[in-house]
Design a protein around this ligand. Structure first.
Ligand code: AMP
Ligand code: MG
Length: 344
């Protein structure tokens, strides 16, 4: 059912964040169509994703600067690789790309400056945005799932999240149907989805699944086993009596899958005990799942702490799930990781 949304709280931030994510998503899609070829894929050439990453970050940061000049940004990229003679070829590509996506022409210096607005340290007080211009770079290069993720954090808590998923099927039951989903949530107002690049009055609420028996649950995890332990997730699934295959998917599209009930549990299980999750990899997805009625924590059951800077240094891993299976999932995760959690 089409749904008209009341957007009083953070209304301007919501509208600007959606515009920024949509424009950056177009940048990524354009790069994919032009630069990701058979040759790129076979040579494992990562340059297209680099170009799109910088271009998308410049576009989002420039739009945020125009509307909220005082808000700092925690962004994944900085402009080091684009500077000087060595960076010229990449810089020229990024500047052209950005100028095809913004209304007012930007000089090379302005593009580099916009990218470097992402260097903020984060923290517990005041407002800041956090951006992952392309989350799931491996998925982007494979033509699979990736996401442009933007969130607003105020006094250490996520208040608004937008995730643009250019390759996610609009209807999960029609995997070969139309693609391109935008998910958005404002604290206290629920989570909504719409088609990417669609008018704002065509939003529908997202709700997590109502599954109550973990044996009926499905779970999703990273495609990359270096980002989340597939061995541990298989053990946890075994403990929960889950018989369905895991759904492997890159990027914060996994949070969107849980928020709209396509999967019941998202497991992100530490592979390397010293890795600190980055706030831009989780902020937007976290509020979207919460506002869709789900729960999110780290592997010990503690809430994700977005007030500690650029990383989630007080947390290890992530578990997101619908309300009906969250407690069972955490219990199984704790049991499976007991040894690792003690030594961490
Ligand atoms: P995913 O698409 O879920 O596999 O997650 C992609 C994100 O994983 C990237 O944006 C990286 O920031 C992040 N990442 C990189 N190394 C690790 C690691 N060792 N453990 C967990 N996440 C990682
Ligand atoms: Mg990322």
């Amino acid at each position: 059912m089409a749904h008209s949304v009341r957007v009083a709280h953070l209304a301007k931030e919501r509208a600007v964040a959606i515009e920024a994510v949509e424009r950056a998503s177009r940048v990524c899609t354009a790069v994919f169509q032009r630069l990701v070829t058979e040759e790129t894929l076979t040579k494992k050439d990562k340059s297209p994703v680099t170009v799109a990453d910088f271009g998308a970050q410049a576009v989002v940061n420039a739009i945020l600067e125009r509307h909220f000049p005082d808000d700092p940004i925690v962004g994944e990229e900085d402009s080091k690789d684009l500077r000087g003679e060595d960076g010229r070829a990449l810089r020229d590509k990024v500047v052209d790309l950005v100028n095809a996506a913004v209304d007012q022409t930007m000089s090379a210096d302005e593009v580099l400056g916009a990218i470097d607005r992402g260097q903020y340290a984060g923290g517990a007080t005041g407002r800041h945005w956090t951006l992952d211009p392309i989350d799931g770079t491996k998925g982007f290069l494979r033509g699979e799932q990736f996401a442009v993720c933007l969130a607003l954090i105020v006094d250490g808590k996520v208040r608004l999240g937008v995730v643009g998923c250019p390759n996610l099927p609009v209807d999960a039951s029609q995997p070969l149907g139309d693609r391109g989903v935008l998910a958005v949530a404002v604290e206290g107002e629920g989570a909504f989805q719409r088609r990417l690049h669609a008018p704002s009055d065509l939003e529908t609420p997202m709700r997590v699944s109502a599954v109550a028996d973990p044996r009926d649950a499905s779970f999703c995890e990273s495609v990359e086993s270096g980002h989340s332990s597939h061995g541990d997730s298989a053990k946890i699934a075994g403990l929960l009596g889950i018989h369905r295959e895991s759904v492997r998917m890159d990027s914060q599209c996994k949070y969107v899958a849980v928020a709209r009930g396509n999967a019941d549990i998202y497991l992100r299980l530490p592979v390397d005990g010293s890795y600190e999750e980055k706030i831009w990899d989780h902020a937007a997805g976290n509020i979207i799942v919460h506002e869709a009625g789900g729960r999110v924590s780290d592997v010990s059951g503690a809430a994700l702490d977005f007030s500690a800077g650029r990383t989630l240094k007080h947390n290890k891993g992530v578990v997101a799930a619908s309300g009906g299976v969250f407690d069972a999932a955490i219990a199984a995760v704790k049991q499976t990781l007991a040894d690792k959690l003690q030594t961490a």
